[in-house]
Design a binder for this molecule. Structure first.
Ligand code: BGC
Length: 757
């Protein structure tokens, strides 16, 4: 275990974060049969055919001619007839009959859109991610897609960054558990199966550390933070079997993701022994060029590391990129690069070998075409929708619930109000796969299904548009009077506020993270009626909810819940489902606190908002975020006690068990997430004030008690140094258990020896 950065800190009792094996590697040694087939094929390939194999084209680029020449991969093509068409050409009319690998961004559902990944992380239940990726893989494979560009595992402390919604939030351990669950579900034991796909874990690496939160922006990250914060979910995904990786747009310490030999060749392929392939992100190879580019037809420019397309292709290949997405620098210049020895045939062969290996493992040579008899699997199925609905219930986080505002009293009348109240389009989130807006259940439709007399008033519009225009963001109060009238007539109000889906996702960065437009004024106007107001939030990122919290009686964080949005939310609002989700990312008090995360390192002057000369904000009266990582309420109450360590000391070759009792002290059944955090108080490099190393979601009846047990070993207590070594040091480790990152039940044990490797 000591070479792994991932922990033994997994739950060993009950269900949820997994059993002892949740993060254990699944792939054995390379399959000799596959290797022989790859060798045989490679020997027959011409240089031109090899250069075709490392080319990845989009749906808009692919032609019959490309298929005939033996292009390696195609992405974003979803029409099964077209996929079939190009595959037939590649298999029947290309010289060596090598099938194409078809790929798609199946991020949180292909046809059955699940809650966005950040929401799934909020479930603290890998089973939710597993359901999503089991269905996603089956639906994708049914049309001939055999690779998915997921899971996205970028850890981020940046709520301004719109892509925070695509990952699992701010914590590497939670991100690792979710990543492993997704890969296992999508690939199974053998991704050649006709309902499985190979996963591509992305974006390698530190893309979530974008400076200023601006997408594609530079990052500068120490080796130890790289290894302890950003790399662990990638390693977890690979250990779970992920066989492809996407290198990222951003530069890391001056070296762009797809030109970074340290991350791709030294760490990924060297230290970790990764034998699959790395594809570039979209035109990321062209973007290595200096601007203005010598040949603008070759795609965009930017990083200023290559004088022309040929140099960009060489740089990317030599650093470890195996496949070029959209731009064609390697394919077009490869022969010249070989002749001038800027690339070697050995490295080109290595890239081709990796791509062929994955194609053989995917069973594409035996079954290149999607099974037409599986056409039913391309349609929405009630059983899948039921799983998506359950996922909504599990992903919701109850942030506030004063005086029993929730669950809603079904005997009293309800008004749904707000710009996102009767909205199908935005429920699907920023990657909606092949779902149509009309597939989605709006909040109003879901509430009405359980209470047909529910009324509605929009209050103001929120319009999804590509570019910012204040007119699209709840621009004025002209609809407030109707909203107030609807509130007056009802006994209780559900107010749907937040962002549209286009305000999150790729390239969608906000400099403010409060409610767009006049939505807060709408909340105040409705609240002034004196009715109990439950705010249901739809959003891609942590928002500044300071003013919302001051005005709402209850707040339900719904994220973007997918096609079953309204039904899943109504289950929670009416109390059929207890909200047990927890925040996978801190919600700051203002954008000025960003970046903020629970797992920050300590300072010599820890924050004390009431004193001078310490690490505080002068104008924020608290050191904490508004809602911390791991926080979330329930309709019932829980008590944590009886924290027990199996031993007060642990040798680096041994493990220690930590158990804690969780009791439902309320009068309803409900869900709680037991969380285990560690801190190393004296280390040769200053360590984060807390690090999550175990969690378990439990459902308990009133009065029921459950003992949750976690196992810790050297991999949980060690850390990385700036030479990239994993260090375990002797000394004390503090343990905290409870219901959030502020957990205060504590004890400690002593690590009796050390190691450095
Ligand atoms: C995104 C990737 C995505 C790719 C293909 C890029 O712009 O960064 O996440 O997989 O496009 O759609």
């Amino acid at each position: 275990m000591a070479t792994s950065m991932l922990g033994g800190g997994v739950v060993i009792a009950g269900t949820g974060a997994g059993d002892d094996d949740a993060l254990a590697p699944v792939r054995g040694p390379a399959d000799g049969g596959v290797e022989k087939k790859v060798d045989r094929l490679l020997k027959q390939m011409t240089v031109d055919e090899k250069l075709q194999q490392v080319q990845l084209l989009s749906d808009g680029q692919i032609t019959d001619d490309d298929a005939k020449k033996g292009v390696g991969g195609v992405f974003s093509l979803t029409d099964p007839a077209k996929i079939d068409h190009y595959q037939h050409i590649a298999v029947e009319r290309s010289r060596l009959h090598i099938p194409i690998l078809f790929a798609y961004d199946t991020i949180h559902g292909y046809r059955t859109t699940f809650p966005v990944p950040l929401a799934e992380a909020a479930s603290f239940d890998p089973g939710v991610a597993g359901d999503d990726f089991t269905i996603s893989a089956r639906e994708s494979a049914a049309v001939g897609i055999k690779q998915i560009y997921a899971p996205m595992v970028d850890v981020s402390h940046e709520p301004r960054w719109g892509r925070i919604v695509e990952g699992s939030g701010e914590d590497p351990y939670l991100g690792s558990v979710m990543a492993a669950a997704k890969v296992r579900a999508a690939q199974g034991d053998d991704y050649a199966a006709d309902d499985k796909v190979v996963t591509s874990v992305k974006h390698f690496v530190a893309y979530g550390a974008a400076e200023g939160g601006r997408d594609y922006n530079s990052t500068d990250v120490s080796e130890r933070r790289l290894r302890d914060l950003f790399l662990p979910p990638f390693k977890a995904a690979l250990d779970a079997g992920a066989d492809t990786v996407m290198c990222s747009f951003n530069s890391l310490n001056g070296s762009p993701g797809c030109a970074n030999a340290h991350t791709m060749t030294d760490i990924l392929k060297g230290e970790w022994g990764f034998d699959g392939f790395v594809e570039s992100d979209y035109t990321a190879v062209a973007e290595l060029r200096a601007c203005p580019p010598k040949n603008p037809d070759d795609g965009p420019c930017g990083h200023g590391m290559a004088a022309d397309g040929a140099a960009a292709g060489a740089l990317a290949l030599n650093a470890g990129t195996d496949s070029e997405m959209v731009s064609t620098n390697l394919r077009d210049n490869g022969k010249q690069l070989l002749a001038s020895r800027q690339i070697s045939i050995r490295r080109l062969d290595d890239a081709v070998r990796r791509i062929l290996r994955v194609k053989f493992r995917a069973g594409l040579f035996d079954h290149p075409y999607a099974d037409r008899s599986k056409v039913a699997e391309r349609t929405l199925r009630p059983a899948d929708r039921a799983k998506a609905r359950a996922a909504v219930g599990k992903s919701v986080v109850l942030l506030k619930d004063d005086d029993g505002t929730l669950p809603i009293d079904p005997s009293k009348s309800v008004a749904v109000i707000g710009p996102l109240g009767d909205d199908q389009h935005d429920m699907l989130g920023p990657w909606w796969g092949q779902s149509q807006d009309e597939d989605a259940v709006s909040l109003l439709a879901g509430v009405k299904a359980q209470d047909p007399d529910t009324t509605f008033a929009q209050g103001c519009p929120m319009v999804d548009a590509d570019l910012y225009d204040p007119k699209n963001e709840c621009p004025d109060d002209s609809g407030f009077a109707d909203a107030v009238a609807a509130a007056r007539k009802a006994d209780q109000v559900v107010l749907a506020l937040g962002e549209v889906r286009g305000q999150g996702g790729e390239a969608e960065v906000r400099s403010k993270i409060d409610l767009p437009g006049r939505q807060l004024d709408l909340l105040k106007a409705v609240k002034a009626t004196g009715k109990k107001v439950t705010v249901v939030l739809f959003n891609s990122r942590p928002l500044d909810l300071t003013d919302v919290a001051a005005n709402a009686d209850a707040i339900v964080e719904a994220w973007f819940p997918g096609i079953e949005a309204g039904n899943g939310l109504a289950d929670v609002l009416f109390g059929a489902v207890d909200p047990g989700g927890k925040l996978p990312v801190s919600f700051p008090r203002s954008v000025g606190q960003v970046p903020i995360s629970y797992n920050h390192e300590p300072t010599g002057r820890p924050c004390d908002a009431s004193q001078k000369y310490n690490s505080r904000y002068r104008d924020i009266a608290s050191c904490d975020p508004l809602y911390e990582f791991g926080y979330g309420l329930s309709y019932t109450t829980f008590k944590f006690d009886n924290l027990v360590l199996s031993s007060k000391s642990m040798s680096p070759r041994d493990s220690v068990k930590v158990s804690v009792d969780v009791t439902n002290t309320g009068s309803r059944a409900g869900d709680e997430v037991a969380q285990l955090y560690l801190h190393d108080p004296v280390a040769s490099l200053s360590q984060p004030v807390r690090r999550l190393r175990g969690f378990q979601r439990v459902t308990l009846k009133p009065g029921e008690k459950r003992t949750v047990t976690f196992r810790l070993d050297a991999s949980d207590v060690g850390f990385s140094d700036d030479a990239g070594r994993f260090v375990v040091e002797p000394g004390e480790i503090d343990v905290f258990a409870g219901d959030s990152s502020k957990a205060d039940l504590t004890d400690s044990f002593t690590v009796t020896g050390g190691s450095r490797r």
